[in-house]
Ligand binder design. Sequence first.
Ligand SMILES: Nc1ncnc2c1ncn2[C@@H]1O[C@H](COP(=O)(O)OP(=O)(O)OP(=O)(O)O)[C@@H](O)[C@H]1O
Length: 257
Amino acid sequence: MIRASNLSFSYGPHRVLHEINLVQNPGRVLGLVGPNGSGKSTLIRNLGGSLKPEAGQVSLGEKDLADYSSQELARTVSMVVQERDSEPGLTVAQMVMLGRTPHLGLFARPGAQDQEIVLASLESVGAVHLAQRFFAELSGGEKQRVLIARALAQSTPYILLDEPTNHLDIRHQHELLRLVRASGRETVIVLHDLNLAARYCDDVALLDRGRLVAQGSADEILSPDYLEPVYSIGVHRLAFQGTTHLIFEPRDEESTA
Ligand SMILES: Nc1ncnc2c1ncn2[C@@H]1O[C@H](COP(=O)(O)OP(=O)(O)OP(=O)(O)O)[C@@H](O)[C@H]1O
């Protein structure tokens, strides 16, 4: 279980998260959704410990995040965030091996088991053929899959993903989210695509301008009542083969229709 209690966060003087109370329940994939700038990336970084709350706290399982050592934290939670600066000169295999670092002793070299885990992680994202390529030279979608493989190789009970489907083609978007669900890890995932959230998240938390508007089952939250005021767009729901699909209608079109 991941829990944020009364979490507030500011960049300098600008408060961007206001007293967030959020729970990822065991075994349930939690999606974070909300318009641009609503605070999703900032929140997920607070949940993973790369940003520290200004007030309130985060706990992973029974333990407060602030009580984890950095190595213990790296064995507990992996994060996939938007890669800004690629590590120069690293091959894909070396990049994924970085995920094993928290499990190696001081000065220890990766062993056969680490190599196997790296290979299995690359296999699971369909990227074995890229193993000897330089990471920096990959396409956006290839890089994204390698970053997921690195997080899987980290073998943590918790995984946090910030827009992991960014850059991926439609088949890889679905494959990736299926894989994340099947990995059985406690998962929080930022998604812009509300239809992907409807299909792959059990629960959804909706953010708007740094505040948590609502949290509940995906079915409850991904509905016109919650989405229309936050996104200022018409929302319709359609059931197709047992899955909810959302159809969006810009307000301008509505008024000119
Ligand atoms: N490093 C930073 N320094 C100052 N302000 C920041 C920084 N990063 C984000 N912000 C601001 O914090 C607010 C929340 O940004 P955040 O990236 O968390 O939103 P988001 O919901 O992930 O947005 P998007 O959907 O556009 O990716 C925004 O107003 C943004 O401008």
